[in-house]
Design a protein around this ligand. Structure first.
Ligand code: SF4
Ligand code: SF4
Length: 173
């Protein structure tokens, strides 16, 4: 039996597959129970709840989340991503925090890596955004094959990393 008020927040920071298929949404992969809550204050629509004590892990209201990506840049732990499975083709967009220079260029082909930094495939840089308030952390969105959306969490520069192409038309990654 379900009791209590439905706050709209899930028990975790992870949205449902159905929500990801409807457009970009935050995926919060915060696992350290440390006193921290910038994500909660940064979200303009109140879609993240940490509450008290501050060691609570953040919860997400997937219905409130607009996928704006502000929390990606605001999280000092680099623990928040956006996933968009709504494109209607075989690709997905994964947005991630990025703190290296130079920033990748939109349209560049990159090597995409998993949570351990291991290469798992290729992707295309879809967009690169910087916010004045969080200018140390850019938001890099990468187009990847849909099956990689829950695996890709960074990109790799260097010999196997960014390189200019005639994208966005090329998709032979
Ligand atoms: S993506 Fe935007 S709306 Fe969604 S939780 Fe983050 S800051 Fe809030
Ligand atoms: S700002 Fe990042 S590290 Fe801090 S509670 Fe939120 S998700 Fe976790």
């Amino acid at each position: 039996m379900v009791t209590g008020k439905d706050t709209g927040y899930s028990g975790t920071g992870r949205p449902s597959a159905r929500r990801m298929e409807s457009g970009p949404v935050a995926v919060i992969e915060c696992i350290e129970e440390i006193p921290c809550n910038p994500c909660e204050g940064a979200c303009p629509v109140g879609a993240i709840q940490v509450g008290q004590p501050l060691t609570n892990l953040p919860k997400l209201s997937e219905h409130k989340c607009t996928g704006c990506g502000i929390c990606i840049a605001a999280c000092p732990g680099l623990a928040i991503f956006n996933i968009d499975l709504s494109r209607g083709d075989e690709t997905a967009i994964v947005a991630m925090p990025y703190e290296y220079l130079p920033l990748p260029k939109e349209g560049a082909a990159v090597t995409v890596t998993d949570r351990d930094g291991q290469p798992v495939g290729r992707g295309l840089v879809h967009s690169v955004k910087r916010m004045e308030k969080y200018d140390n952390t850019a938001i890099v969105s990468v187009e990847v094959k849909k099956e990689l959306a829950d695996i890709v969490r960074s990109i790799k520069e260097g010999e196997d990393g960014t390189e200019e192409t005639n994208l966005p038309l090329r998709r032979d990654y």
